[in-house]
Design a protein around this ligand. Structure first.
Ligand code: NCD
Length: 299
């Protein structure tokens, strides 16, 4: 593993290796890991808004002893017409060892990779509606904190599947680990017609019935043309998770969401804030997973 651009580039062994590093970091004293990346410089280059992904990459790098630069795109020379290639090469000339990039354009990391010097590391923090590999890793890691394995689980993803890089990386990761029971449901306009790695359900009941894990997704309005935005007044009653819709799942079912959540739209507060929800655990694991990834790529 030289870069982390697409989760499909990883084998099952490589995924489990990230998980075992994550567990080691979780269980070991902060001291032991705090200097692994001393002398390294990591630049976070986020062309889209972010709270948890940006902050968790920053904290992960700092907790391993690296220097971190958060490039403020709105105040950078991008606004003066500088190309992305020139921005990347300028930062590289300042001896940046790794870039963590979030961008609106699908596959942008493939381009960036081709501009980099041989030693510079690239991590995809979300490209368009394509991939979000560290999110996929932290989601599956979180599932494995609650379940013995992923292969035998029914896993249900509900919401705006079409525009979700989170769904793509999660489905790919589960597929690599051997799961064949992924169910997708959401408004017709936001659901693919077919999927080679998942079942498309036609009702909330079918999607949730007897499921082990539910992942709720936000409507990603910023990626949807106005005429395809679903009717928000009835959204919660048709596609939202609340006590009534959750009652069809297994009693041991856990509820996840990559955040940011829109309360009372895709998920009710009573679900988001109580026991079946592991949303804040996902956030916590996000820092650890990113520490493990940085350690493996740069350590
Ligand atoms: C997601 C993203 O940006 O892809 N959030 C995240 O990284 N935790 C999902 C979203 O914005 O809805």
């Amino acid at each position: 593993m030289k870069h982390l651009i697409d989760i499909k580039d990883l084998s099952a062994d490589e995924i489990f290796n990230v998980f075992s590093q994550t567990l080691e970091i979780k269980n070991n004293s902060k001291k032991k890991n705090s200097k692994i990346l001393r002398g390294k410089t990591i630049a976070n280059l986020f062309f889209e808004n972010s709270t948890r992904t940006l902050v968790s990459f920053e904290l992960a790098a700092k907790r391993l002893g690296a220097h971190v630069v958060n490039v403020n795109i709105g105040k950078s020379s991008t606004t003066k017409g500088e190309t992305l290639r020139d921005t990347i090469q300028t930062l590289e000339a300042m001896q940046v060892d790794a870039f963590v990039v979030r961008h609106t354009e699908n596959q942008i990391c493939e381009k960036i990779k081709s501009w980099l010097k041989s030693k510079t590391v690239l991590i995809n923090a979300g490209d368009g509606n394509n991939q979000h590999p560290t999110q996929g890793l932290l989601d599956v890691f979180t599932i494995l904190q609650h379940k013995k394995n992923t292969e035998e689980l029914k896993i249900t993803i509900i919401g705006d599947i079409k525009n979700s890089r989170v769904a793509n990386s999660l489905i790919d990761c589960l597929h690599i680990l051997g799961n064949k029971n992924i169910h997708l449901f959401g408004p017709e306009k936001l659901l693919p017609v077919s999927h080679d790695k998942a079942h498309i359900d036609t009702s909330m009941h079918a999607a949730i019935e007897n499921t082990d894990v539910i992942i709720m997704l936000r409507i990603q309005k910023e990626r949807i043309q106005d005429n395809n935005i679903p009717d928000l007044d009835n959204y919660h009653s048709n596609f939202g998770l609340n006590r009534t819709s959750l009652s069809h799942a297994k009693p041991s079912c856990i509820v996840m969401h990559p955040g940011p959540i829109n309360r009372e739209l895709e998920i009710s507060s009573e679900i988001a804030d109580s026991t079946p929800s592991v949303i804040l655990e996902q956030v916590q694991n996000g820092v650890l997973i990113r520490q493990a990834v940085l350690k493996l790529l740069l350590g």
